[in-house]
Ligand binder design. Structure first.
Ligand code: NAG
Ligand code: NAG
Ligand code: NAG
Ligand code: NAG
Length: 901
């Protein structure tokens, strides 16, 4: 911080004293030797050289510095050895303080090692992650590490919904450096690098062609290309010839190639139409535009034969690197002695005789942690490498690349970038890219995956079987030779296929499944070149080892189908069934009790309850039982009786209606009860069980020890199942059928009144479509199946068409639970009310009666005589016509008056 203040102060002073543009450099400034190793045979080398020269001039023309960089240019001619020997030459003979370059990662490797040894900073734009400032403390990467763009590439791949990419790279340090990063970062977005294609950097067109033909045969149509312009130029021209720059393909190129598109020849650019690329974004500002103008002029003077060459970001980074280095040298200062050489260096090897740089450590400390605003934008070197900021996404269209959006670590893909001040908050609602013109002048985003290699049809395997033709059946039309398929599964598949954006004609291929069932089929799928399997194929774990399944499109689960039986023999006593014996006894008791209470209450006042004893006993039963049908004609006179009777009638009403309801349900439902309630009953009864030939159910039942294989019998059509079930186990048929829900439902809908279903007893995964392992179609088809399942109408129509409508089957769902017999608990409350009210009435009556006849109790007679007396009083009829005074006690008026005071 202090350093920077100092620097700005310096600059301010200078500007105050020197009015107008400076005329030149400080002639007395100390010269700082700096080596520059560039591939001067390449355009990029020339661009950088001009930039470096201009940077030195710009820096020292404006400020009065005590030091001044003296560049020593060396041409490494795109060669590792020449680059290394140039570096040694610079260190030994020019005694340089730092080396800029070399340009390429493979050249940089060795030079960096030398730099470490002699403690001289190596400022190289090597982008490959295989050279890292972490490993070499004197290496400073003056470009964005190529691994930093991988997340931008992954974001683009994800944005367009591609699931697989092919990575094509040149067989150099630079090319392969990206492989691990690309693979990992794409995987994080669930994208697979399905293939890696390595192309030698000096491959002939024929070799490239061969490699491209290999790629063409694959289904992935998204290619990420990471190579240098030299190879890329050949590569794309050959790709264009091979027809791979056409509709349906997507090409992504990585930086540095994208940044160097300017230097491509027009024929290559024409071949690259529609290519998408990422490159370092350089924000435009006046100083940059001004520099570009000056640079163009200067470059034209230096290389008049290379007209039309454009300045690129690597040139700007070279410019900014020089500025950083110049400041660092100014800070470090210069001593007369550059290297600390061992005294007796006579017979040592070259490198040892160089010694170690004295200024190196302080220079590198300063440069490796430096931030400023340079021509290329924020020039932030931290941890020894230039930190990436925003990536620009470009689309090759016409003669040049057109920006279509940006990618930043913070905001992801966006159409616009916010101004620097507000980088924290991302612009919302602008995550789309500008319109992109894809290869073949296509405006629709390529699917990225070809479901069939061009020209071929999509081969769908259909099991050729005779069983359950409702699900799928294939027939070869003898006249036309066309294979036709129909059935439930085919209809579902076609409904799904219609919605999938790959418009490829489907070809049905019949398959023999008689041997080994479906397990074999899935395994053979690859060998036979099938693209999908459609049919009544159950999703199972063992099959999914060979194929990938979609989600299932049917109900899932295994259920039992059992015949229902008519219930004969027990019908004579069915009226007793609705109520439990306990309840019957309780009801009987209450009838008698209530009859008795009514008799007690009525006996003295009601003629109907009088007469000979047997008459009265009969009355007790008659009265209470006649309430059962509300047929009691006897008029009751006492209010207490009315109270008891009305409560009792209410209880009887509830009881009879409950009985009626339960009985009627028993009469209808009881007959339909299946013979078997669960799997254990099958084993216990020794029943034979039918299963579908070739179905996984057999294995499922025997492997899990649910049923012994000896009790299993296989069938393959609805009719066979029906016949076997009708016969029953004892007559050579089966007692039940165990199968998956869809089949059980089909059987049910055909023979609705004879069978019922129990279960699903075991969960399974239902029917699904199968695709070869790793097929991206699985996701698309699964999504469409889910949509179809949510669209009840269409699915219902297909189901109804093939599997029938089981709406009219009342017992299809095995809802045949037996009616529960009603027990005492259900009516406890009722009985309590009835009991309490009767007993209460009885108690009131008795207390009243005893009170009226208290003289009997108060007499001195023995207990037995007292009771007899009371009984006698009770059995006498109470005369209603008497006056109330007499009514109280017609016979004992005298005694009463006697007692009363
Ligand atoms: C030129 O550099 C010398 C040191 O080498 C310094 O003392 C002097 O002030 C500089 N002159 C100008 C005009 O900046
Ligand atoms: C030069 O190197 C030697 C050992 O290699 C060391 O002892 C000496 O201090 C160094 N001199 C300077 C000026 O750093
Ligand atoms: C880098 O420089 C900043 C100030 O410019 C300082 O705060 C920071 O500690 C430095 N980091 C390292 C690793 O030297
Ligand atoms: C420079 O980059 C480092 C690492 O990404 C970051 O922590 C630091 O804030 C950056 N400095 C500036 C001034 O942007």
């Amino acid at each position: 911080m202090q350093n920077q203040c100092f620097f700005w102060l310096h600059m301010l002073l200078f500007m105050c004293f020197c009015v107008g543009p400076s005329s030149g450099f400080n002639a007395t400034a100390a010269k700082a030797n700096v080596g520059v190793v560039l591939d001067l045979d390449t355009t990029l080398g020339k661009i950088c050289k001009t930039c470096i020269s201009m940077a030195i001039e710009d820096f020292y023309s404006n400020l009065d510095y005590n030091t001044m960089i003296e560049p020593h240019f060396r041409d490494s001619r795109s060669d590792v050895v020449i680059a290394a020997s140039a570096a040694i030459d610079l260190l030994k003979n020019a005694e340089v303080m730092a080396i800029i370059g070399p340009q390429k990662s493979f050249q940089a490797h060795f030079v960096i090692d030398i730099g470490d040894k002699v403690e001289v900073p190596i400022i190289s734009p090597a982008t490959s992650p295989s050279v890292s400032p972490k490993d070499s403390s004197y290496f400073i990467r003056s470009a964005w590490c190529s691994s930093s763009q991988v997340r931008a590439i992954a974001a683009i791949v994800k944005k367009f919904g591609w699931r697989e990419v092919v990575f094509v790279y040149e067989d150099t340090n630079y090319g392969s450096g990206l492989v691990p990063y690309l693979t990992v970062d794409l995987l994080k977005s669930n994208v697979l690098v399905s293939h890696q294609s390595v192309i030698s950097s000096d491959a002939t067109e024929d070799q490239i062609r061969q490699e491209l033909f290999k790629l063409m045969k694959m289904r992935t149509r998204v290619f990420v290309v990471h190579m240098l312009p030299g190879l890329a130029s050949h590569f794309f021209k050959v790709a264009k010839e091979a027809g791979m720059m056409d509709k349906g393909y997507a090409w992504l190129i990585a930086d540095v190639l994208t940044s160097l598109l300017d230097s491509m020849d027009p024929r290559t650019m024409e071949a690259m139409q529609g290519v998408l690329g990422v490159k370092a974004y350089v924000p435009y500002f006046v100083k940059l535009l001004d520099f570009k103008k000056r640079w163009r002029k200067r470059f034209h003077i230096e290389y008049p034969e290379m007209d039309g060459t454009e300045l690129n970001v690597l040139g700007l980074w070279a410019y900014d690197s020089i500025i950083v280095l110049a400041e660092a040298i100014e800070r470090a200062g210069l001593t007369s002695l550059q290297f600390n050489r061992s005294v007796d260096s006579g017979n040592l090897m070259d490198l040892d005789s160089i010694g170690t740089s004295l200024a190196g450590p302080s220079l590198v400390r300063w440069i490796r942690n430096y931030t400023s605003r340079g021509l290329s934008g924020d020039f932030n070197i931290s941890n020894g490498e230039l930190q990436p900021s925003a990536f620009e996404i470009v689309n090759v269209n016409g003669k040049k690349e057109i920006p279509v959006g940006f990618w930043t670590e913070h905001c992801g893909i966006s159409r616009e970038l916010k101004s620097d001040d507000h980088q924290e908050d991302c612009l919302t609602g602008n995550t789309n890219l500008d319109p992109i013109v894809w290869p073949g002048k296509e405006t629709k985003v390529p699917k990225g995956w070809e479901i069939a290699v061009s020209g071929e049809k999509f081969r769908v395997g259909i099991p050729a079987k005779t069983s359950f033709s409702e699900f799928s059946v294939v027939e070869k039309n003898e006249e036309t030779g066309v294979v036709e398929a129909k059935g439930y599964c085919i209809d579902v598949f076609e409904a799904v296929w219609e919605k999938i954006p790959y418009h490829v004609p489907v070809e049905y291929v019949p398959y023999d499944t008689t041997d080994g069932g479906y397990n074999e089929l899935s395994q053979k799928m690859d060998e036979e070149g099938l693209d999908a399997l459609v049919g009544d194929l159950t999703v199972t774990a063992s099959r999914s080892e060979h194929v990938d399944f979609t989600v299932s499109y049917t109900e899932s689960g295994v259920a039992i189908l059992v015949p229902m039986r008519a219930n004969k023999g027990k019908n004579a006593w069915i009226f007793m069934k609705p109520l439990t014996t306990g309840l019957w006894l309780t009801i009987g008791t209450f009838f008698v009790y209530t009859g008795f209470v009514v008799w007690v209450l009525e006996h003295r006042v009601n003629k109907a309850f009088q007469g000979p004893p047997n008459q009265q006993v009969g009355m007790i039963f008659w009265f209470s039982f006649s309430t059962l049908v509300f047929a009691h004609r006897e008029k009751v006179t006492s209010n207490l009786t009315r109270f008891v009777v009305i409560i009792w009638v209410f209880v009887v009403l509830v009881l009879t209606s409950s009985h009626t309801a339960n009985l009627s349900s028993m009469l209808t439902v009881y007959q339909l009860q299946p013979k078997i309630n669960d799997v254990n009953d099958l084993v216990k009864n020794g029943e034979f069980v039918g299963y579908q030939l070739g179905s996984f159910v057999r294995g499922f039942l025997t492997n899990n020890g649910i049923l012994p294989s000896s009790s299993l019998k296989s069938y393959s059509t609805v009719e066979q199942f029906h016949e076997a079930l009708s016969k029953g186990s004892r007559n050579g048929g089966v007692g039940a059928v165990i199968d998956e829900l869809p089949y059980i439902r089909l059987l049910l809908s055909k023979h609705c009144d004879k069978y019922t279903m129990i279960g699903p007893i075991y969960p399974t995964s239902g029917l699904g479509f199968a695709f070869p392992k790793g097929s991206p179609l699985v996701f698309d088809v699964s999504r469409e199946i889910l949509r179809l399942k949510e669209d009840k109408d269409l699915m219902m129509r297909i189901t109804k068409k093939w599997l029938g409508d089981e709406k009219h089957c009342p017992y299809a769902d095995g809802a045949l639970s037996t009616s529960q017999r009603l027990n005492l608990d259900s009516f406890k409350g009722l009985f309590v009310i009835a009991g309490v009210s009767s007993t209460l009435a009885l108690a009131i009556f008795l207390s009243h009666f005893l009170y009226e006849n208290r003289y009997v109790l108060e007499s001195t007679a023995s207990r037995k005589e007292k009771l007899l007396g009371l009984a006698r009083v009770f059995s006498r009829e109470k005369d209603e016509s008497l006056s109330p005074e007499e009514t109280r006690c017609p016979d004992c008026g005298v005694e009463q008056q006697q007692v009363q005071p």
